[in-house]
Design a protein around this ligand. Structure first.
Ligand SMILES: [Ca+2]
Ligand SMILES: [Ca+2]
Length: 405
C-alpha cells in the first residue's frame, strides 16, 4: 500500500491550489491515494483564502510555563492508540475508521514525512503494541500479528491471527493493548453495557486478561474493570497502572472515573458493585460492599473518560513532572456540560496521589460546548518529549519543554 500523505506535498498543493484555484472540490492530491476530510474542510473554511500551515488552532491550548505544543502529524483520520517501533515508526490504531497507520519522521525534525496505511477495514482496531519486530493489532474479538513490519511498511504481508475467540460484543469492545515488563501481552475486555454483571456468560467480561506473546497461557489478571482504554507500568515498581471509565446515568458528578494500581494478580476493582472506591452501585451495590475491592489511587472527574496514561521517565521535562502520571482525558459524551478534553497530571508520592490537576487544556470551548480535539493516548519519545493522539482533530501532537520558552 502507498504512502498517502506527505505534509510538504500538501503544503505545496494548497499553495498551488490557491494560485490556480484549480482544485476546488477535489479530494485527491497529486501522487496521493486519499486525503482526509479535515484537509478539505480546512480549505473550505478559509474565508480569506489563506493557506493554513496547521488545521488546528493550537494557540487555544494552555500549557504550563516553558512547555510548547506543535503537531507531529496531521490528517491522521481517527488517531487513537500509539506504539513505537525500535526503528522509529509510530504505529497508530483507530476505532470506527478501521485503519492502522505507520508514521515515519524520516529526517528527524519531529514532523511526519510519511503516513502508511498498514491495514484497513478492520473491526475497531484500537489496540497496537510492538514486540520483537512484530506489530500486534487488537480488533474487538481478534488479535493480529504483523511480523517484520518495519521492513515492509509500504507493502505489509498478510498478518497472522494470534487468536479470534474473544467476546464479539461491540459495547466497550475496542481494546487498548500493551506488553508488560514480564513480556506478556495485556488485553482488557470491557463490560458489554453501561452497568451489568455478565461474567456467568463469559468470565472475561469486565477484566484485564494477559497472555504470552504467541497467544498461549491466557488468563484473567484483574477483575471488576468496567472499560480500561489505557495502562502502563510504573518505572520503579514494574506494577501496572490503568485508567477506568466510570458508569453513566448516575448524574453529572457521580461516580468518578479512576486511576488504578494493581499490586497482585486477581485483584478486583469494584465494577459493577462499587465505583471509585466509595460509591455503591444503585443496582448491584447490595450484593458486595465497597470494602471488598481495591479503591482507585486517584478518583478522577466523573465522565472525563480517562484513556492513555504514562509516567514521565525522560530527561526533557523539569524535575517537578518526573515520575508522575499523565492522563489523556477524552472528554464526556453525555454530561449536561462537557468536561475532560484535556491532559491531566496526577502527582505521586510513592503509590499515593498528592494532586490531580490539568496539564494541557483548551481543546474544549466551554462557552460553545464544542471541542476541536479529544486526547486519546500518550507516548513519550526518547528525547523526553510527549506525543498525544487526537481522534477528533485527527492529529498527533508533540509537547516539548525548554527553560525560557
Ligand atoms: Ca520530518
Ligand atoms: Ca473501580
Amino acid at each position: 500500500m502507498k504512502t498517502y500523505f506527505q505534509p510538504l506535498s500538501l503544503v505545496i498543493c494548497l499553495l498551488f491550489c490557491l494560485l490556480t484555484m484549480s482544485c476546488n472540490g477535489k479530494k485527491e492530491l497529486p501522487g496521493s491515494e486519499a486525503v482526509d476530510d479535515s484537509v478539505q474542510q480546512a480549505e473550505d473554511d478559509q474565508p480569506g483564502g489563506e493557506a493554513p500551515t496547521s488545521n488546528l488552532p493550537l494557540h487555544l491550548l494552555n500549557l504550563p510555563e516553558g512547555f510548547k505544543i506543535d503537531t507531529y502529524a496531521e490528517s491522521v483520520d481517527g488517531a487513537r492508540s500509539m506504539a513505537m517501533g525500535p526503528e522509529g515508526t509510530l504505529f497508530v490504531g483507530t476505532r470506527n475508521e478501521g485503519m492502522v497507520y505507520a508514521i515515519r519522521d524520516t529526517d528527524g525534525d519531529f514532523k511526519a514525512d510519511e503516513v502508511h496505511i498498514i491495514a484497513k477495514d478492520l473491526e475497531q482496531p484500537n489496540g497496537v503494541a510492538f514486540r520483537d519486530g512484530a506489530l500486534y493489532v487488537a480488533e474487538v474479538s481478534r488479535l493480529l500479528r504483523y511480523p517484520n513490519i518495519e521492513q515492509q511498511l509500504s507493502n505489509p504481508s498478510q498478518p497472522e491471527v494470534v487468536y479470534d475467540d474473544y467476546p464479539t460484543e461491540f459495547h466497550h469492545g475496542w481494546k487498548y493493548i500493551a506488553f508488560g515488563p514480564d513480556g506478556k501481552l495485556y488485553v482488557p475486555v470491557g463490560a458489554p453495557c453501561n452497568i451489568c454483571e455478565r461474567s456467568n456468560e463469559d468470565e472475561r467480561f469486565a477484566t484485564i486478561t494477559r497472555m504470552d506473546m504467541d497467544g498461549s497461557n491466557r488468563e484473567i489478571y484483574a477483575l471488576g474493570v468496567r472499560n480500561t482504554v489505557g495502562f502502563t507500568w510504573h518505572p520503579q515498581t514494574g506494577e501496572m497502572w490503568f485508567t477506568d471509565n466510570g458508569r453513566d446515568l448516575m448524574g453529572d458528578d457521580v461516580p468518578p472515573c479512576e486511576l488504578n494500581h494493581i499490586t497482585a494478580p486477581g485483584q478486583h476493582f469494584g465494577y459493577p458493585y462499587c465505583h471509585g472506591g466509595t460509591v455503591k452501585d444503585p443496582e448491584f451495590g447490595d450484593q458486595r460492599p465497597c470494602s471488598d475491592f481495591v479503591p482507585p489511587i486517584q478518583p478522577l472527574g466523573a465522565h472525563v473518560a480517562p484513556l492513555g496514561v504514562k509516567f514521565d521517565t525522560g530527561t526533557m521535562f523539569p524535575e517537578a513532572f518526573k515520575g508522575h502520571a499523565f492522563i489523556a482525558e477524552h472528554g464526556s459524551w453525555n454530561r449536561s456540560s462537557k468536561v475532560g478534553y484535556r491532559v491531566t497530571l496526577v502527582k505521586l508520592d510513592g503509590n499515593k496521589a498528592i494532586s490531580y490537576e490539568p496539564f494541557i487544556d483548551g481543546w474544549l470551548d466551554e462557552e460553545k460546548q464544542e471541542a476541536f480535539g479529544r486526547p486519546v493516548d500518550l507516548l513519550f519519545l526518547e528525547d523526553g518529549s510527549l506525543l498525544i493522539s487526537d481522534d477528533v482533530g485527527d492529529a498527533i501532537y508533540r509537547v516539548t519543554y525548554a527553560a525560557g520558552n
